[in-house]
Design a protein around this ligand. Structure first.
Ligand code: CMX
Length: 442
């Protein structure tokens, strides 16, 4: 057993004891005053019904990973040699172990993931079986599903696995998956957009640097962007669609491959991760309709109103939980101010940031008129030459795997139960409001 695995086991044993005590002593205590009918019909907003150890979201402040905000992560996590952005290896360690990593911990993960990164040929064959026109996210989930043949958990379970060891096999699957996802993602990119000219991994680079390399980008600025990108997209507590789906499917003891593929299918929705491609598509279309160049604020305003009048959402704006500008947006804005302050598309993103919130506020129904993580990322990627925006959600997915798989390790370590909330029919709701049936909780 490697030392990170041993350390995780110690942490898991400790927390298991604490959780058992908590449930024994306070299990019947009401966590809130109950659940409203509106919450049931409107996506369960605000209902606390999940435990996720890796991160916690505050509506006004944004995400904290094990207590650390994004600016704090950028300050405290180890960096690549001569780099200024945090290494995703460090964030993964923090999410899994709950402590800031040392340089040695990060190097341990980098080299472990490098050693485990071999992807069997049948995975590439499965991707090749799809038409070249298939969406990169479809190729990505097919790739993950094809890789499921390698699941340590599934294999061990079929041989008869003691439930005390679920976490251990999930840890192995997690490490193998994270090691291999950049290779699969880069394969998809090079297959779809670069004539199938694939690039072999460079074992001297860190995980995100190597990913940038395999995509075909050698610019150090792009590598730094990938490090930051992989950190800020990794986790957003447990209730978002990709995290919740991974957790839900995992609760049936589906292995990490099956669970992650399910989560990635959720990420592929336009209200979630696909919004990053929609943002840049929307901006490029606006620019085209206006005949190219820099739009004026008034032109952007007209375009936003047109989007709304066509019954569409403004992509990259709004959030189910956040009520302020997403700190993940701000981190990208800072990166842009430092590395590419004169980029035209970036400047448009900033003008859109000035224009959209007042318009959304005026609608009166949008709870959060501010930008989310997806509002900025495309402009940064385009700057470095990654213009194929249909691929953007795959980048999000590789990063999101870090958070949801660290959480899956915790799910199995804590022996969390099969998820099975109660549902009712609208017929039941009608009888309830007429006083014919009692509230479920009563
Ligand atoms: N543009 C136009 N209308 C918007 C809007 C936006 N950006 N954001 C919210 N609204 C609308 C909703 O569609 C809803 O309208 P109806 O009552 O007519 O259905 C109303 O405002 C209330 O919605 P809300 O409570 O403020 O927001 P939700 O929690 O229901 O939805 C989200 C959140 C993200 C799906 C929504 O803000 C949205 O569609 N944004 C655009 C897509 C996007 O950027 N998604 C990425 C989110 C981050 C991520 O997961 O990656």
């Amino acid at each position: 057993m490697g030392y990170i695995k041993e350390k995780f086991k110690v942490k898991a044993d400790e927390l298991n004891v604490e959780v058992k005590e908590l449930v024994k002593n306070y299990g019947t205590k009401k966590i809130d005053e109950g659940v409203t009918i509106a919450q049931v019909y409107q996506g369960m907003r605000g209902i606390t019904g999940l435990v996720t150890e890796t991160s916690l979201l505050d509506a006004n402040e944004g995400i904290r990973f094990r207590g650390y905000s994004i600016p704090e992560l950028r300050e405290h996590l180890p960096k690549a040699p001569n780099g200024a952005e945090p290494l995703p290896e460090g964030l993964f360690y923090l999410m899994l172990i709950g402590e800031l990593p040392t340089e040695a911990d990060v190097q341990y993960l980098s080299s472990m993931w490098g050693r485990r990164s071999h992807v069997p040929n049948h995975v590439f064959d499965a991707i090749e079986a799809l038409p070249i026109t298939a969406h990169p996210m479809t190729m990505f989930t097919v790739g993950i599903m094809a890789l499921q043949t390698e699941s340590s958990f599934a294999h061990a379970y079929s041989e008869g696995l003691n439930k005390k060891d679920y976490w251990s096999e999930t840890y192995e699957d997690t490490m193998n998956l994270i090691a291999r996802l950049p290779r699969i993602a880069a394969y998809i990119y090079r297959r779809k957009y670069k004539g199938g000219q694939h690039i072999q991994p460079n074992g001297m680079l860190d995980w995100a640097g190597n990913f940038a390399h395999m995509l075909g980008y050698s610019d150090e600025g792009f590598r730094e962007l990938m490090r930051l990108y992989m950190v800020i997209h990794a986790d957003h507590e447990g209730g978002n669609v990709s995290a919740h789906t991974t957790h839900l499917v995992g609760s049936a003891l589906s292995d990490a491959y099956l669970s992650l593929a399910a989560g990635m299918n959720g990420l592929a929705g336009p209200l979630h991760g696909l919004a990053n491609q929609e943002v840049i598509k929307w901006i490029l279309q606006m620019r085209e309709e206006l005949g190219g160049g820099m739009p004026t604020k008034e032109q952007i305003e007209t375009y936003v109103r047109k989007t709304l009048s066509e019954g569409k959402v403004v992509p990259g704006y709004g959030h189910a939980v956040l009520r302020k500008t997403d700190p993940r947006f701000s981190a990208q804005m800072e990166f842009a101010k430092k590395h590419l302050p004169n980029d035209e598309l970036v400047k448009i993103v900033w003008m859109v940031y000035e224009t959209v919130p007042p318009i959304l506020k005026d609608l009166g129904k949008v709870k959060n008129p501010w930008p989310n993580v997806d509002a900025h990322s495309g402009a940064l990627l385009v700057h470095y030459g990654l213009v194929e925006y249909e691929f953007y959600t795959v980048l999000f997915g590789v990063s999101r795997a870090l958070g949801v798989l660290a959480s899956l390790c915790w799910d199995r370590a804590l022996g969390l139960s099969l998820e099975r909330p109660k549902s009712v029919t609208t017929e039941w709701m009608k009888e309830f409001v007429e006083g014919k049936v009692d509230a479920i909780a009563d």
